[in-house]
Design a protein around this ligand. Structure first.
Ligand code: NDP
Ligand code: HSE
Length: 433
């Protein structure tokens, strides 16, 4: 097994332990060997945790864990710039790969940390540092590597987006919305980092570095937070057809770049305006691909754990796999691929839209609905259009979610009715909710 030492078991750390447990089998199939947490460090070992710590050694000194524990990878989830920094440098000094979600530390001290890691020949992975569960680091660094990137912009602080959404949609006060974001585990230990725009600026500095190939330049980001955005501004902006969002923007201008974070009015029919709550979205403009958008949960234990565990898997694969096949072609190790039966389409479930041409005579609707009822199909919406230029009327309806064979059987029965004309239409309905 690949052995992990996880320092910090707060919102994200507990999420990571839960995810490694729930998805253990799938992770083993991806890596080629199991990934186990053998050691954790916290400030208060007596505190109850929402994850299984059985068989795991608990340390109260994170730096000691890194210096002494027999682990293969160090996962730093403490946050801040003091102990976390010591932990990461100690891991690098011992030649241990590091996975971290610590954008504050990387944005402010990353140039030195990455140089130390390069000198020691170890990896510092940080997918979770930007936009929570959205794999934006890998996407820019690898998936878009063929492009010259012109800009990266988006909503990259879940707490601010949550607060602005609650204020706009529920009329909630700034203070109440912030308190809920803290309770849900979205906010930084010092929430001023969120509402002051500092967290978004940290993330923007990281994005700009990997998008433009420049050293981390957090100190040069122009930053304005959301504390002075009032409910009145939000309402007036809505009247004008705008939403107020905290945007982070990095743009190339010839040989220079602009880096800025600030509340911004954006037209309410744009994609970014519809990104609400804790969701983040990042739009990247590459000179070959054009615009590409990424969207998903930007904070919270489980979403962030998704990114941390992805890094853990990357690092673990590099430790146990021969260097020519670090990432298996089909994502899972070849000997872990398993044939899966594909469901016949008649067994697949969805809602259906049905349009029928019918004779305009009494009893038509009742017979159609009786057939649907007999097949245990509920009608979510229905309309009938009066005949126009002929004797036929149109009946259209949307069903509840049902197995396809049940809908087809009912449809076949309906089509045998004498008043149903040729020329019906049937489409599947997916709501993605
Ligand atoms: P929490 O405050 O919830 O957890 C911090 C953890 O670190 C706690 O378990 C705490 O121990 C432990 N800790 C603090 N000081 C020490 C110390 N000196 N030695 C050992 N352990 C210590 O933070 P989060 O989980 O929210 O955040 C962790 C990191 O992830 C931060 O860098 C944050 O910016 C980043 N992040 C957070 C996201 C989120 O949605 N929360 C999203 C993306 C990144 P104890 O519990 O005993 O007090
Ligand atoms: N406090 C951060 C946010 C956590 O609200 O976006 C995710 O990085």
């Amino acid at each position: 097994p690949v052995r992990l030492g996880v320092v910090g078991l707060g919102t994200v750390g507990q999420g990571v332990l839960r995810l490694l447990g729930h998805n253990a089998e799938e992770i083993t199939r991806r890596v080629g060997t199991s990934v186990v947490v053998t050691d954790v460090a916290v400030r208060d070992p007596a505190r109850a945790r929402d994850c299984d710590l059985s068989g795991i050694r608990v340390w109260d000194d994170a730096v000691r864990l890194v210096r002494e524990a027999d682990v293969d990878v160090v996962v730093e989830l403490i946050g801040g710039k003091t102990v976390a920094r010591e932990v990461i440098l100690a891991a690098i000094a011992r030649g241990k790969p590091v996975v971290t979600a610590n954008k504050a530390l990387l944005a402010e001290d990353g140039n030195a940390i990455f140089e130390a890691a390069r000198m020691a020949g170890v990896v510092v992975a940080f997918e979770a540092a930007v936009a929570g569960g959205i794999p934006i680091i890998k996407a820019i660094r690898e998936g878009l590597a063929g492009n010259v990137i012109a800009s990266v912009a988006g909503i990259i602080n879940g707490t601010c987006n949550y607060i602005l959404t609650q204020m706009a949609e529920k009329g909630e006060s700034f203070e109440d919305a912030l308190a809920t974001a803290q309770r849900l585990g979205y906010a930084e230990a010092d929430p001023h980092f969120d509402v002051g725009g500092i967290d978004a600026a940290h993330k923007l500095a990281i994005l700009a570095a990997i998008a433009f190939g420049m050293p981390l330049a957090y100190g040069e980001v122009a930053v304005e937070g959301i504390t002075h955005v009032t409910p009145e501004d939000i309402k007036i902006a809505q009247v004008f057809g705008y939403r107020i969002k905290l945007l982070a923007i990095a743009k190339r201008h010839g040989a220079a770049v602009e880096l800025r974070v600030h509340p911004t009015l954006i037209p309410d029919d744009t994609v970014l305006a519809k990104v609400d709550g804790v969701l983040n979205a990042v739009v990247v403009h590459g000179n070959a691909v054009g615009q590409v958008g990424f969207y998903g949960r930007g904070a919270g234990g489980d979403a962030t754990a998704s990114a941390v565990v992805a890094d853990v898997i990357d690092v673990a694969r590099a430790l146990v796999t021969d260097s020519r096949h670090v990432v298996p072609a089909l994502a899972f190790q070849p000997d872990a691929l398993r044939p899966l039966p594909v469901l016949p389409i008649r067994a697949v479930e969805s809602a259906f839209y049905l349009r029928l041409r019918v004779a305009d005579e009494p009893g038509v609707l009742s017979q159609l609905t009786a057939i649907l009822a007999a097949h245990d199909i509920s009608i979510e919406a229905i309309l009938q259009r009066e005949p126009r230029g002929g004797d036929d009327a149109t009946v259209a309806l949307i069903t509840s979610v049902i197995p396809e064979h049940r809908f087809d059987d009912a449809l076949a029965e309906m089509q045998r009715l004498p008043f149903v004309r040729a020329g019906s239409a049937r489409f599947r309905v997916e709501k993605f909710d």
